[in-house]
Design a protein. Structure first.
Length: 334
């Protein structure tokens, strides 16, 4: 990817969603052309407000944001995850409110519109429950041919779940939608807990963000204070998993993959204890993961480098050069 590729982000903003958004705005490999929101960490409407406020803070007021599904395909929205992401979804941090409204139409409609506009080029990164993506597939059955790539943060292959013993939150919050999306006629990259729980952001990284003179970095550092509080009980120290930004970085090919076999993946949609589990056929590991015939899902189990320096470095590089540009243009005679 030498030229920035057009990207659509579907999210439930969310602290780690905010990090993914900041990363996608910063990386020169992506041009964010649209954002949809879905209920997950917070309601779809609340996620859209957070997204609009973050875009304002980041100086990207023109990217369209559409509110997507409030409820999953089966049942109703459970109310979010305030214990993980705070009551407002972004760790209680008060951002200056954007005066922009979400665009008319649903997130699924915006995705379909952009997929048609950027036919064969649009990359989709889904970092919330997959309700909007499934709805878009029903609106436009040709969506798999229009979309160049789909990267999903979700699932757990060999790792335990994070919302039930076997299920990860994004998949468990709408297993029927996830099953539909993973069964569609496209290649998918799945970024499960196996890799997002083993690449963490430490307190020293958070301090780096807080020390930055860029407003988005500072806001992210503050949000992470709340997120780290949730993860103390899980990791035994102040740090956090990096689910969504890692999926974003994998989608733009910003990090090297280490173990990422292409295998069959099914989602458990039963009502039993396995509901929401991503059943990944990893039996081939004993002979080095030969690609399975007909398998469409690349499951990222590990990456080949440390992620936190890449994440922070990408944001610093983008925002430092913006500051430099401003300083240069403000200096007479230069
Ligand atoms: C996923 O669930 C949400 O809480 C996070 O934002 C991430 O997308 C991790 O299971
Ligand atoms: Ca998310």
């Amino acid at each position: 990817m030498n030229q920035p590729a057009p990207f659509f982000l579907d999210c439930d903003t969310g602290i780690d969603d905010a990090l993914a958004l900041a990363y996608l705005l910063a990386t020169p490999r992506a041009e964010l052309v649209g954002i949809g929101t879905v209920s997950g960490n917070i309601s779809a409407a609340g996620g859209a407000r957070n997204t609009l406020d973050l875009l304002k803070l980041a100086g990207h007021p023109d990217i369209p944001v559409a509110v997507g599904a409030h409820d999953p395909q089966v049942g109703t929205f459970h109310g979010g995850a305030p214990h993980v992401h705070g009551d407002n979804g972004i760790g209680g941090v008060d951002l200056e409110p954007s005066d922009r409204e979400p665009v008319e139409g649903t997130a699924a409609e915006l995705l379909v519109e952009l997929a048609r506009k950027h036919a064969g080029e649009l990359r989709v990164v889904a970092i919330g429950p997959l309700t909007n993506i499934a709805e878009a597939l029903r609106l436009e059955p040709n969506l798999p041919a229009l979309v160049a790539e789909l990267t999903i943060m979700g699932g757990a292959a060999l790792a335990p779940g994070n919302i039930t013993p076997v299920a990860e939150a994004n998949i468990a919050n709408d297993p029927e939608a996830a099953a539909e999306v993973l069964a569609a006629d496209w290649d998918v990259t799945l970024v499960p807990l196996d890799v997002t729980m083993t690449n963490v952001l430490e307190e020293s990284h958070r301090q780096e963000l807080l020390a930055s003179d860029h407003a988005v970095s500072q806001a992210l550092g503050e949000m992470l204070g709340y997120y780290f509080g949730f993860y103390v009980d899980i990791f035994g120290r102040a740090c956090s998993a990096m689910h969504d930004p890692l999926a974003a970085a994998i989608a733009v090919r910003g990090v090297e993959l280490a173990v990422a076999p292409k295998v069959r993946v099914q989602v458990d949609t039963t009502g039993g204890p396995g509901r929401g589990q991503t059943v990944c056929d990893l039996r081939g590991q004993y002979v080095g993961f030969p690609d399975q015939r007909g398998a469409r899902c690349r499951v990222v189990l590990s990456i080949g480098e440390e992620f936190a320096p890449h994440l922070l470095g990408t944001m610093q590089a983008a925002w430092l050069s913006e500051d430099e540009v401003m300083r240069t243009s403000a200096s007479p005679g230069l």
